[in-house]
Write a protein that binds this ligand. Structure first.
Ligand SMILES: Cc1ncc(COP(=O)(O)O)c(C=O)c1O
Ligand SMILES: [Zn+2]
Length: 391
């Protein structure tokens, strides 16, 4: 069945727990049936063959049929996506890991993978005619929201922990956002957002509490497949806070399978968390029924300091289905990894990305990951914004 829209094949939203359908033609938050995230669904049968991509622009919008924007004029883009996948050659030979790669999301606008989710979400805010967007953030998402809102001429309100490094605050102000600082973690910022929303009419872009950031993030999964010639790596390590990247990639792989773009074999996903804030690891180990009451501490990797992720169930499902697992890494190890990768590979990656390298060494030592496997580290951001805490 053809829809009337030429840009996207989006048909509806569905509750991620029970599948109940919600309209994609009006603003939505999360499901009222189960109090869970909503997922965008597409008529995948009408999406063209993957060869349609060959002449398209090198941004995430090359996958427009599986992105949620109806009208081209509503796309708010700063050139996000199509970030390089680099071979870590010196680490490959020093550690006998012949197929070690890193996807470098620091090359995105505002220096992190958050650009993808916010490009999608702000585009939808524009499409629905909102004049104000609000977000609780650990840092990178706030900067990205501020930038995309500047481009779209939408007011941005960013609520951020006070202890976040200064650059994250400065960029919000330069992009013209209203910045509100809160004592505590992102979970405390989320409470503040809930309060503010009672008096302000705005599009709330809290992680997994609106359905479209996930769609932007999933383009990492599409790109990995395309850049590796439609054969996915054996193993992907991803630094996990709210989980949008992890869940998004898994969604992308499933969609591509349904469209026949990739085969049966999918990567094992490893979610790397901070030792200071490891709710998913604790649930995985059976030390708590879920993360609802987990109390976390700040981490140098501020993006990982998410104590009560709303989409925990979906993260656990992706980890189980992919036959992967979560794992925690200390702040000291992250700093050591950032320094080693700068020295050996010429990349200043975010501590969230650094955590992956130490996590990988642990998994190899335990025999969970084999040395010869094709391994992809997903470096989610630039280390430049964190230097005041790294040096
Ligand atoms: C650099 C970086 N990596 C990873 C994360 C965690 O991302 P997600 O919420 O998709 O798990 C964040 C979130 O703030 C981040 O800024
Ligand atoms: Zn439901």
């Amino acid at each position: 069945m053809k829809t009337i829209h030429t840009l996207t094949s989006l048909t509806q939203l569905a509750c991620s727990q029970c599948g109940q359908q919600y309209s994609a033609f009006e603003p939505q938050t999360f499901s009222s049936c189960c109090n869970k995230p909503l997922e965008a669904q597409y008529n995948l049968a009408e999406v063209p063959e993957r060869t349609v991509l060959y002449n398209r622009e090198a941004t995430m919008w090359r996958y427009k049929e599986v992105l949620p924007v109806f009208e081209e004029e509503n796309i708010v883009s700063l050139g996000e996506g199509m970030t390089p996948i680099l071979e870590l050659k010196r680490l490959q030979s020093a550690y006998e890991l012949p197929n070690l790669f890193l996807k470098d999301e620091s090359k995105n606008p505002t220096g992190s993978f958050k650009a993808r989710g916010l490009s999608a979400a702000v585009s939808k805010a524009k499409e629905f005619g909102f004049h104000t967007c609000i977000i609780p953030t650990a840092g990178n998402a706030g900067g990205a929201l501020a930038a995309y809102c500047a481009k779209a001429n939408i007011k941005a309100i960013v609520v951020m922990p006070r202890h976040t490094p200064q650059v994250f605050k400065d960029e919000c102000e330069l992009y013209g956002a209203e910045l509100i600082l809160v004592d505590g973690l992102i979970s405390d910022c989320a409470k503040k957002v809930a309060q503010l929303k009672e008096t302000i009419n705005c599009f709330d872009i809290s992680t997994m509490k609106e359905p479209y950031r996930l769609e932007g993030k999933k383009t990492m999964g599409y790109e990995i497949a395309e850049q590796f010639g439609w054969t996915l790596p054996d193993v992907i390590l991803y630094p996990t806070g709210g989980g949008t990247g992890l869940i998004g990639m898994w969604k992308a792989f499933r969609e591509m399978q349904q469209m026949g773009w990739i085969g049966d074999k999918l990567p094992r996903l490893y979610a790397i968390q901070a030792e200071n804030c490891q709710p998913v690891v604790q649930t995985w180990k059976g030390l708590q029924p879920n993360a609802k009451n987990y109390v976390g501490q700040p981490s140098l990797a501020n993006g990982l300091a998410v104590p009560n992720p709303f989409a925990e169930d979906m993260m656990l499902k992706a980890l189980r289905e992919s036959k992967g697992q979560p794992l925690a890494v200390s702040d000291d190890d992250m700093v050591a990894a950032v320094k080693e990768i700068a020295l050996k590979e010429g990349l200043i990656i975010a501590p969230e990305g650094g955590a992956l390298w130490k996590g990988l060494l642990q998994l190899v030592q335990e025999g969970v990951v084999q040395r010869a496997e094709r391994i992809l580290l997903l470096n989610t951001g630039s280390g430049y914004k964190y230097l005041e805490n790294i040096l």
